[in-house]
Design a binder for this molecule. Structure first.
Ligand code: ZN
Length: 249
């Protein structure tokens, strides 16, 4: 069993197609969606359709952009660019899309065979997930670990790939692209963003968890970035949304 872990797709169909293609070449058998399917880029409905068509999607959790696209609440936590993109997204989703986004759980537990037993998935943090906090300091990380009911949780939100490991002797932050899971260690893993990476690498990011081998790997994939930018401009979305894709910011 090999699980492709996709977060922060953000309506970027070109990036999504590229990572799904790479995942199938890597022998991925199942998929997880860590939230923020929509927002920022130009293909919200098409990305949702693509995810729906995946044969073995184990779970999909709700991100803050999914939540706000699904309702008409005031966009208080959003900066002006995210706000403009979120309003555009609301208008370009079907009623069914919005109903589906509204129904997504904030936290999911996925049972797995083997020593891992299962894992959790949340968009921002297991601690107060409905507030969409960022894991910015030791306290927020420890609060998240405190709520962890498995040895591993996938999360997203920051668009920066990272693994935080909790061991007997403390916390370790890893940006290394692959490692083996060890007994006695607990993990918060962010696979980065498929559709809007912010670690200065414009390539789409996703993770692969090899459940049988107990191994995690971060993957980076080139995609048709100029086409994604062209669609953003044609849609009248903020220019910054197009520019930042090329910068990986
Ligand atoms: Zn996001």
């Amino acid at each position: 069993m090999k699980i492709g872990v996709f977060s922060d797709i953000h309506s970027n169909l070109e990036a999504l197609e590229a990572v799904l293609d790479d995942a199938s070449h890597q022998g991925v058998t199942h998929c997880l969606c860590v939230g923020d399917q929509v927002g920022y880029n130009a293909d919200p409905h098409a990305c949702m359709e693509r995810l729906r068509a995946l044969p073995r999607l184990l779970c999909c959790v709700q991100g803050n952009h999914d939540y706000y696209a699904a309702n008409q609440e005031e966009l208080l936590q959003f900066n002006p660019i995210a706000k403009q993109a979120a309003c555009w997204t609301r208008e370009h989703l079907s009623l069914e899309d919005r109903q589906e986004l509204a129904r997504l759980p904030l936290v999911a537990h996925v049972p797995l065979p083997g020593p891992l037993g299962g894992l959790q998935v949340v968009h921002a943090s297991l601690f107060q997930p409905e507030e969409w906090p960022y894991l910015v300091d030791t306290m927020s990380v420890l609060n998240c670990f405190r709520m962890l009911q498995a040895d591993l949780c996938f999360l997203g939100h920051s668009h920066v790939p990272l693994a935080i490991v909790l061991r007997e002797n403390g916390l370790e932050v890893r940006d290394c692209p692959e490692f083996s899971l060890k007994a006695g260690e607990r993990y918060l893993i962010n696979p980065g963003s498929v559709g809007q990476p912010r670690d200065n690498d414009p390539r789409a990011a996703y993770g692969i968890l090899d459940v049988d081998a107990g191994h995690y790997q971060l993957r980076r994939v080139e995609y048709d970035l100029p086409l994604a930018q062209e669609k953003i401009r044609r849609a009248g979305l903020p220019e910054r949304c197009a520019q930042r894709l090329a910068l990986g910011q």
